[in-house]
Design a protein around this ligand. Structure first.
Ligand SMILES: O=P(O)(O)O[C@H]1O[C@H](CO)[C@@H](O)[C@H]1O
Ligand SMILES: O=c1cc[nH]c(=O)[nH]1
Length: 288
């Protein structure tokens, strides 16, 4: 229905009557999303430098400045957008982003979530490329309530894209990168088996038993958006990947104690991997 008249992308502060979306976005080939607005601004600035674009080193403008929900930046063919925390927040952004790409007549777009996560049985600072996003019962499904009914959607991600990203990681030897399942939860505390929330209804033994079962099911990290991201992008025909750094090993603890400097450097790891991937796709040599 939204193809007929005007389409207002309310949370992005963009629209088909107010903006020339094909002129603004028609040449976008890569969309990168992540929770934090600052991370996504830093990523756009990093991509400007990596792609040798004019204006590199200068500030980048927030395309969604009229909305205080999400931030959006571009660097050449790369769009960088924040999505906030959790499934409801990323779902709203993705609905409007996917319509934006449709209105702008974008073709062959690859979309990647560059995020943070809690690792499972892996060293802090490791980067996990998701092969399958699973729910808190380790199933590859996303359940969405539609008109009062639970609709179950597949969370399959593009396997070739995951392998292509793993191949790119071999050129970046200074941190470990692996492929594994990513568990997506509705909460950071009890929902991820943490003992350090305001509420905790289980023992330390039960927590470890659950996390070990997750590990045995192939889960290597835990975050809060991947199932919805995989389901929505998959149904709308976008090739999608999820690449998250682990901020800690959840088998060793719950609190994130690393310094701001260490956490900022960890956040850059998925960005460096994706920059190498985009450069390779664009035919730029590693030394260009
Ligand atoms: O680092 P980002 O991309 O925000 O993602 C992770 O961090 C948040 C929790 O701290 C959750 O949204 C989780 O998915
Ligand atoms: O443990 C963690 C760390 C980051 N993000 C999460 O969702 N969980």
């Amino acid at each position: 229905p939204w193809t007929l008249l005007e389409d207002v992308l309310y949370h992005l502060d963009l629209g088909t009557k107010t903006h020339n979306l094909p002129a603004m976005f028609g040449d976008i080939k890569f969309v990168c999303v992540g929770g934090s607005p600052n991370r996504m601004r830093a990523f756009a600035q990093f991509m400007q430098r990596e792609l040798g674009l004019a204006g590199a080193g200068e500030d980048v403008a927030d395309i969604c400045a009229g909305s205080d929900r999400y931030a959006m930046y571009r660097a050449g063919p790369v769009l960088s957008i924040s999505h906030g925390m959790g499934i409801p927040s990323i779902s709203i952004m993705l609905h409007e982003l996917i319509k934006l790409l449709h209105h702008a007549k974008c073709r062959d777009v690859t979309i990647i979530r560059i995020g943070t996560s809690g690792g499972l049985g892996i060293e802090a600072g490791s980067v996990v490329i998701t092969d399958t996003a699973v729910d808190s019962s380790f199933q590859p499904r996303f359940e969405q309530v539609v008109l009062g009914d639970v609709v179950v959607r597949s969370t399959e991600l593009d396997k070739d894209l995951a392998e292509e990203l793993l191949a790119c990681s071999r050129d970046i030897p200074d941190f470990p990168t692996l492929i594994g399942h990513t568990m997506c939860t509705y909460d950071f505390y009890e929902g991820q088996g943490r003992l350090d929330g305001a509420l905790c209804s289980f023992s330390s033994e039960k927590k470890l038993e659950y996390l070990r079962r997750a590990y045995d099911a192939g889960v290597r990290n835990i975050e809060m958006e991947s199932t919805a991201f995989a389901a929505l992008c998959g149904l709308c025909g976008l090739k999608a990947a999820v690449v998250c750094v682990a901020l800690l090993d959840r088998l060793e603890g719950d609190q994130i104690r690393a310094s701001h400097e260490v956490l900022w450097e960890y956040q850059q790891r998925p960005q460096r991997l994706i920059a190498a991937f985009i450069r390779k796709r664009l035919g730029l040599c590693p030394t260009d």
